[in-house]
Design a protein around this ligand. Structure first.
Ligand code: NAP
Length: 256
């Protein structure tokens, strides 16, 4: 996939991995459009990177997706790439019986329903483009449960499954379906987890995105940088051991 002169929509482009995609894709000469919920963060990002275009839009709201589609397609009829990046990860104690029924599935609305609905909404347009691509950002936590963040892991394995099905169903189209199976990365997403995991080994977002863009340029449909390679092997050879290691934050939580 040629990574110059595309028109690219990135959900959650104001922070972490999305912001890094924005910087690097802009530097390669693409038109970059980003979304996020927080208008101040969008304004700050626009100040930092004046050539980008910003739209306030909540990916968990189907009406907001339809509104976004109408505005983006009118203003950018050449849109040919969608990066489903926006996401949230929460620490949830399932023993806490006060969690509301809407609140418990919030990450499903953002991390799983969000990308599925974005694809559904933008697919007819992407099919009209000569070459186009969808990049879904999943996680090494799609390969093994992360019990301290039980809904997050479920959303990422769900998104991975959906992405594989989408690729099969679109095999006769000009749309390439990429999956970034991201390892742990130094971004604000992990701020709530500093007591639970050692972030010294986390990858920097600039390195992650640089590896990912090289992979996309080579049409590598599944990109699994850094520690994800080890997770893939361990999840096959020693799944019980891996789950035990990754469950340590819950053991600590249950003792406190
Ligand atoms: N960091 C990691 O270790 C890691 C590892 C594997 C996978 N990932 C995945 O990588 C993606 C990016 O994560 P990150 O670490 O870069 O997180 P981050 O720094 O917290 O950034 C998240 C971005 O998503 C936006 N966002 C969140 N909820 C949204 C919503 N409902 N609608 C629209 N935008 C929304 C945020 O802006 P607003 O808050 O203003 O909406 C922000 O721009 C996520 O899908 C995450 O699951 C991250």
């Amino acid at each position: 996939m040629d990574l110059n002169n595309n028109t690219i929509l990135i959900t959650g482009g104001t922070s972490g991995i999305g912001l890094e995609f924005t910087k690097q894709l802009l530097a390669l000469g693409n038109t970059v459009i980003i979304t996020g919920r927080n208008q101040e963060k969008l304004d700050e990002t626009k100040k930092l990177l004046p050539k980008i275009y910003t739209f306030q839009s909540d990916v968990s709201d189907p009406k907001a997706i339809t509104e976004l589609y109408k505005k983006v397609i009118t203003q950018f009829p050449n849109l040919n790439m969608l990066i489903n990046n926006a996401g949230e990860m929460r620490k949830i104690n399932l023993n806490n019986l006060n969690i509301g029924l809407e609140d418990i599935t919030r990450e499903i609305d953002i991390n799983l329903s969000g990308p599925i609905r974005m694809v559904q909404q933008f697919l007819p347009h992407l099919k009209t483009q000569k070459t186009s691509a969808i990049i879904n950002v999943t996680s090494g936590l799609a390969l093994v449960p992360f019990p301290i963040s039980p809904i997050y892991g479920a959303t990422k394995s769900g998104l991975r499954s959906y992405t594989k099905s989408l690729r099969v169903q679109l095999k006769n189209t000009s749309i390439k379906i990429f999956e970034l199976v991201a390892p742990a990365v130094k971004t604000p997403l992990n701020d709530k987890f500093t007591d639970d995991v050692d972030n010294k080994t986390f990858m920097n977002p600039d390195k992650l995105v640089s590896i990912t863009l090289k992979g996309i340029a080579k049409n590598q449909l599944e990109i699994s940088p850094g520690s994800v390679k080890a997770i893939k092997i361990l999840s096959r050879l020693a799944p019980a051991f891996l789950l035990k290691q990754i469950s340590k934050p819950v053991d600590k939580l249950l003792k406190s």
